[in-house]
Design a protein around this ligand. Structure first.
Ligand code: SF4
Ligand code: SF4
Length: 410
């Protein structure tokens, strides 16, 4: 696609990046067919090609209005369009640039700014989020049903991490924010699985949010600050020989893998960020690299499983089909799920900022997941877990919790 980006923007690294991405787009529209918001809303500007056009127009100095921002806001950043695109257009990077660009050009109302600020002040901070959730549970009887459904279920699963043992291999576990506050059992399950495979799981006390929530809310500087904080917190364990950084929440994993890009212009953190990104693995990648022959597992009574593949796993990290293959190789029976490539509507803060679209996508997803009558719904990302649970009326599992419960061991 031809572009005539304003010199002011072309002088910036992100302006050059946007120009490069835009020039790869041939405007064929193949991506439109797999875009969930286009499928629901039927407006070209609520599909990837339309949003690419809006971002191009902004960069070329064209008219920008609140409507531009609305169409960009409605994007889930699910990146299904990237998977479909034959020209390799990096839409995910472009929408991040477009979102930061549109904020000052089409300012939000005071109440919108306040609610987004509140999200950034609460969600990335595990103690604040846990305290607010506890308060919400106390007030539950007084809440309207629509709000009650959104409250995460209490989780009584074990949070015990096994003690590290001298002389063993070790990996660092990125514990995140929402998962740490609302489903701490998931990281504990990962630590127990690793322990049974003879590997120590190391926590880093000062680590925190990966920055993805800030990135979703067009606060790139804040996302970079979270990244620097994590790198500093992880560095002692990396220097002490951690062989990988495992991220159980695929939404956080895709972000940490992107630290090298996020901090590419930071002279202090650039090299460390590259090393961190290179070390980062989704647990399914790490397990695929291990010698797993002769594993023991008891899957009696588990029944059929419907696996929901998070967009951040399949489109973001390009690990489509890997968890499903691992579960099948261990003997689990997985159902076939229609439209598995489509987003469930969780998408970071999307279920809060765009509740109507998010609920429609959730209900479609649940209908597909439940169609073959599974006993359990299983996924790989905390956001999808909680969002699906809010409509499913049943617990949604992380696949690591499932393997832990089934006693996977050597
Ligand atoms: S993003 Fe890719 S699939 Fe979509 S219009 Fe551009 S080139 Fe075609
Ligand atoms: S990221 Fe998802 S919602 Fe956004 S344009 Fe691409 S396919 Fe559509």
């Amino acid at each position: 696609m031809q572009t005539s980006i304003q010199d002011f923007y072309r002088a910036t690294p992100w302006g050059q990046e946007a120009e490069h991405i835009l020039r790869n787009c041939v405007h064929c529209g193949f991506c439109t067919a797999t875009c969930p918001t286009y499928q629901l809303l039927g407006d070209e500007l609520d599909g990837p090609r339309g949003r690419i056009y809006l971002i191009k127009r902004m960069l070329e100095g064209g008219t920008v209005s609140g409507t531009t921002r609305v169409h960009l806001d409605r994007c889930l950043t699910c990146r299904a369009c990237e998977t479909t695109c034959p020209s390799g257009v990096e839409y995910g990077r472009l929408i991040d640039i477009g979102r930061e660009l549109v904020e000052p050009l089409a300012p939000r109302t005071r109440s919108q700014r306040l609610s987004r600020r509140l999200l950034r002040l609460i969600l990335p901070w595990p103690r604040r989020l846990a305290a607010l959730t506890a308060l919400g549970r106390m007030m539950r009887p007084l809440m309207p049903a629509s709000l009650r459904d959104k409250l995460p279920r209490p989780d009584a699963s074990s949070r015990d991490w096994p003690d590290a043992r001298n002389g063993r291999r070790r990996v660092l576990v990125a514990t995140g924010c929402a998962q740490k506050a609302l489903r701490p059992a998931t990281n504990a399950a990962l630590a127990r699985l690793l322990d049974r495979l003879g590997i120590d799981a190391v926590d880093a006390p000062d680590q925190g949010c990966c920055g993805a929530l800030s990135q979703h809310l067009a606060a790139g500087d804040e996302a970079a600050a979270f990244a620097r904080r994590n790198i500093a917190a992880w560095w002692p364990a990396i220097e002490a020989g951690a062989e990988a950084i495992l991220v159980a929440a695929s939404g956080c994993g895709v972000m940490v893998k992107d630290y090298a890009h996020l901090l590419r212009d930071d002279p202090v953190y650039r090299e460390r960020a590259e090393q961190v990104s290179n070390l980062t693995r989704d647990p399914v990648e790490y397990f695929a690299d291990q010698e797993l022959a002769g594993l023991r597992i008891d899957i009696a009574g588990v029944g059929k499983i419907a696996f929901h593949a998070p967009c951040t796993l399949q489109h973001g990290q390009k690990l489509s089909g890997q968890v499903e293959a691992l579960l099948r190789s261990l003997g689990f029976e997985l159902t076939v799920v229609a439209d598995a490539h489509l987003c469930c509507g969780s998408a970071g803060t999307y279920s809060v900022t765009q509740p109507e679209i998010a609920t429609q996508l959730r209900d479609r997803k649940l209908a597909n997941l439940l169609q073959a009558g599974p006993r359990r719904i299983v996924t790989a990302n905390i956001g999808c877990q909680l969002h699906l649970e809010s409509g499913a009326g049943q617990r949604v599992w992380h696949w690591l919790e499932l393997l832990d419960e089934c006693g996977l061991s050597l």
